[in-house]
Write a protein that binds this ligand. Structure first.
Ligand SMILES: CC(C)=CCC/C(C)=C/CC/C(C)=C/CC/C(C)=C/[C@@H]1[C@@H](COP(=O)(O)OP(=O)(O)O)[C@]1(C)CC/C=C(\C)CC/C=C(\C)CCC=C(C)C
Length: 429
């Protein structure tokens, strides 16, 4: 069995102690000496087990304000709106706030993404001391993916080699970020540590990576028009997680889902690329990617209700629980009742809506390979919802998962679906 090491922040390491944190990359090649090492599998992170949001159209309708980015007639309707607080102040819903990020991301890369030259491989960043360090850095990222996210790793084998490297580098950064609040050192992580991690992120984007894994990301951002905002937002999600274990309503949960998972979609699109012949607006593709992240996160939340409850956490909208005649106590009691089934059906329906939204964007990706990779992720993850139903909504003591046999059986469907996505794209071209 391959032994893979995933560096995470230990109490004594750089994120928690400013001076070590600022060490230059050359010294940090040996990061594993002073960092915590894991052999074998890491426990499932908390972030892989929570979150949610409404599908487009579920909230009161809202006409997207003029952004100048939309193709006439293809404007996306954003379901959330400006709402009034009890004090009568007008405030933006989370969905609108997030959609503003989507528009900004789309505007930033609109030109680059569609122009071939910008996606061509640019010179690698030059690192002091060791010309081969980048190869090694990407190889470490590959190892981490292969070890910690097996089916995702196999999915990335469907991508082009350059894009695969970039996705691995992004994956590793996300995983390390997640580990800060979910790993064995989570109890030592405080907002200051997250501020340091963010400062380190800024350095990565300035081309001053701290260690090899960061170096892979620094290199990736020289090759693809990846913006820093979704990365910052993911760290914001970790901050939120430090202070919050209840979500008043779906609006709050939606923001959390965006931070910890929707951001992944926004980070991935610039690497995956949009087909030059795609007629879809860039923001609609970003929106689909965001939806996939949110759908995945919702699925994790629904799958892990029992596990989260045992840690005192409830990632379900409190107002919807109350409407269903349920409360935290019912979650802690962990009994599958009719009220629970009705509540769960509604939550699953919402999650599926996000998958539907995500599916619309898949054919717009740059090639059959990218489409196949995302198509596989979408199908496998969506199947977890079917498993929750098959377990009669017992997500208190049963963990819904799609076993290898089912994944293998679903493979031809995933491929056929991806091909049909691809055909749609070609027919349009
Ligand atoms: C090709 C592809 C799927 C790329 C995404 C790769 C990537 C950067 C993944 C990062 C995952 C990660 C470690 C995030 C940290 C926060 C977190 C833990 C979020 C949850 C992920 C759990 O995934 P995982 O597979 O590790 O979980 P399980 O082992 O199954 O429990 C999240 C649920 C977020 C995942 C979100 C995505 C994968 C979004 C993917 C969106 C795209 C690739 C965009 C696709 C484009 C269109 C147009 C639809």
């Amino acid at each position: 069995m391959s032994i893979c090491t995933l560096w995470v922040v230990s109490p004594s390491s750089e994120v928690l102690s400013g001076n070590v944190f600022l060490e230059p990359i050359r010294e940090s090649y040996h990061f594993s000496d002073k960092s915590l090492m894991y052999n074998g599998r890491v426990k499932k992170s908390r972030h892989q087990r929570r979150r949610s949001r409404y599908g487009v159209g579920d909230l009161s309708s809202f006409c997207l304000r003029e952004s100048g980015l939309e193709t006439p007639g293809r404007r996306l309707s954003v379901s959330s709106s400006i709402i009034a607080t009890p004090a009568g102040e007008m405030t933006m819903t989370s969905e609108q706030k997030v959609y503003d990020v989507v528009l900004k991301q789309a505007a930033l890369i609109n030109r680059q993404l569609r122009s071939r030259e910008n996606l061509e491989v640019k010179p690698d960043i030059i690192l002091p001391g060791n010309a081969n360090v980048l190869n090694e850095a990407y190889d470490r990222c590959r190892e981490v993916c292969a070890e910690y996210a097996k089916s995702f790793y196999w999915g990335t084998q469907l991508m082009t080699p350059e894009r695969r490297l970039a996705i691995w580098a992004i994956y590793v950064w996300c995983r390390r970020t997640d580990e800060l609040v979910d790993g064995p050192n989570a109890s030592h992580i405080n907002p200051t540590a997250l501020d340091r991690w963010e400062a380190r992120l800024e350095d990565v984007f300035k081309g001053q990576p701290f260690d090899m894994l960061d170096a892979a990301l620094s290199d990736t951002i020289t090759k693809y028009p990846v913006d820093i905002q979704p990365f910052r937002d993911m760290i914001e999600g970790m901050r939120m997680d430090l202070k919050k274990s209840r979500y008043k309503n779906f609006d709050e949960l939606y923001l959390y889902c965006y931070y910890v998972a929707g951001t992944v979609g926004l980070m991935s699109v610039p690497v995956m690329g949009i087909a030059p012949e795609s007629k879809a607006t860039t923001e609609s593709v970003y929106n689909a990617a965001l939806s996939l992240g949110i759908a995945n996160q919702l699925t994790n939340i629904l799958r892990d209700v029992g596990e989260d409850a045992r840690r005192g956490r409830v990632y379900l909208p409190q107002d919807e629980l109350a409407q269903a005649g349920l409360s935290d106590e019912d979650i802690f009691a962990g009994k599958v009742t009719d009220k629970w089934r009705i509540f769960m059906k509604k939550q699953i329906k919402r999650a599926r809506k996000f998958y539907d939204d995500a599916e619309k964007g898949v054919p717009e990706l740059s090639s059959a390979k990218q489409i196949a990779c995302v198509g596989q992720r979408l199908l496998f993850y969506r199947k977890i919802l079917d498993e929750i139903e098959a377990n009669d909504y017992n997500n208190f003591t049963k963990r819904a998962y799609v076993n290898k046999a089912k994944k293998l059986l679903a493979m031809p469907v995933a491929c056929a679906k991806s091909l049909s996505f691809y055909d749609t794209q070609n027919m349009r071209a």
